[in-house]
Design a protein around this ligand. Structure first.
Ligand SMILES: NC(=O)c1ccc[n+]([C@@H]2O[C@H](COP(=O)([O-])OP(=O)(O)OC[C@H]3O[C@@H](n4cnc5c(N)ncnc54)[C@H](OP(=O)(O)O)[C@@H]3O)[C@@H](O)[C@H]2O)c1
Length: 285
């Protein structure tokens, strides 16, 4: 029986793993939320790992308030960098492999073609910088780690763009949505499936565990405007959508203009599915 610890279990991605875990009877999942264990509490985390052992840690815990991070650097750094470094240190001692989630925000978004895993990083926001520091600390402290960078996550759980559009679309006659940022909307249920598939391939199908950085999003690209258009269409919400530029919608944290990630590596190493974003969005309705 493969023993897996999932942290951040009540976030968007964590909740999708909770739901998915019921299908895998040969894997024993343990789920932790911040209420069970605050992962920034070094003593409690060390104590927890001295009493429990796991084959894998899937770390879904993160500081994800991208705009708030600009004025709350310390808190973002504590969770996205220091805490991830500590998890690396502790899991390395117990021989636990880590699957950790990172972000497209490690890139500056100035590219015109999909980012591969070895493309130069250059985060423009505090959130992106702290996530990149977390990647580096984790790899240094526990080289037996897989880091999956993802982007534009949504789910039926938690707060996300899909839910916000549906709520505001019902309240308003007109919505202004940014049209000059391009990415790949990603259903967190597909990312959850990809993560558990990696473990399944290694444990049940004799794939080699290949550590390192990987990219995973749904396939295809869209602007936030395109994404909103299809959300309203599927939700049957009659609202006028006005495309606007990023200049007209300033945010404390700068967003990458182009954040499309190449999925070739994760497909070839672990043979995971990357469904088209529109097909995956339809599953929510
Ligand atoms: N959402 C996106 O669009 C997106 C895009 C790219 C990458 N990612 C990455 O994908 C991963 C999952 O994102 P998500 O959208 O599922 O995030 P989420 O919904 O914000 O979930 C993060 C979880 O981490 C928990 N957490 C925060 N600080 C903690 C601490 N000190 N100890 C224990 N748990 C703590 C949060 O608890 P509280 O809610 O109680 O604070 C929350 O349950 C993250 O690594 C994120 O950086 C997300």
């Amino acid at each position: 029986m493969t023993k897996i610890l999932v942290t951040g279990a009540d976030g968007q991605l964590g909740s999708e793993i909770v739901k998915l875990s019921r299908r895998f009877s040969n894997m024993k999942f343990t789920f932790l939320t911040i209420d069970n264990l605050d992962l920034t509490d070094n003593n409690r985390v060390s104590d927890y790992f001295s009493k429990h052992s796991f084959d894998y840690l899937i770390n879904c815990a993160a500081y994800t308030a991208v705009d708030k991070a600009e004025s709350d650097r310390e808190a973002a750094q504590e969770v996205n960098s220091s805490m991830v470094g500590l998890l690396g240190e502790i899991t390395a001692k117990s021989g636990t492999r880590v699957i950790h989630i990172s972000t497209d925000y490690v890139f500056d978004g100035k590219a015109h073609f999909p980012y591969t895993e070895d493309a130069s990083t250059n985060p423009a926001s505090v959130y992106g910088k702290t996530k990149l520091e977390g990647e580096e600390l984790l790899m240094r402290n526990n080289p037996q780690s897989v880091i999956i960078r993802t982007a534009w996550l949504y789910s039926s759980y938690g707060n996300n763009f899909v839910k916000t559009m549906i709520r505001l679309g019902k309240e308003r006659d007109e919505m202004r949505v940014v049209q000059d940022q391009i990415g790949s909307p990603t259903n967190a249920a597909d990312l959850a499936e990809a993560i558990v598939t990696i473990i399944y391939r290694v444990e049940e199908e004799s794939y080699k565990f290949v550590p390192g950085v990987f990219h995973y999003t749904n396939e295809g690209v869209a602007s936030w405007y395109d994404f909103a258009y299809h959300i309203f269409d599927l939700a049957k919400i009659d609202v006028t959508i006005v495309p606007v530029s990023s200049d007209e919608y300033p945010t404390p944290a700068p967003r990458p203009f182009y954040s499309v990630l190449s999925k070739q590596k994760i497909r070839s190493v672990y043979d995971v599915d990357t469904p088209h974003w529109y097909a995956s969005l339809c599953k929510l309705f």
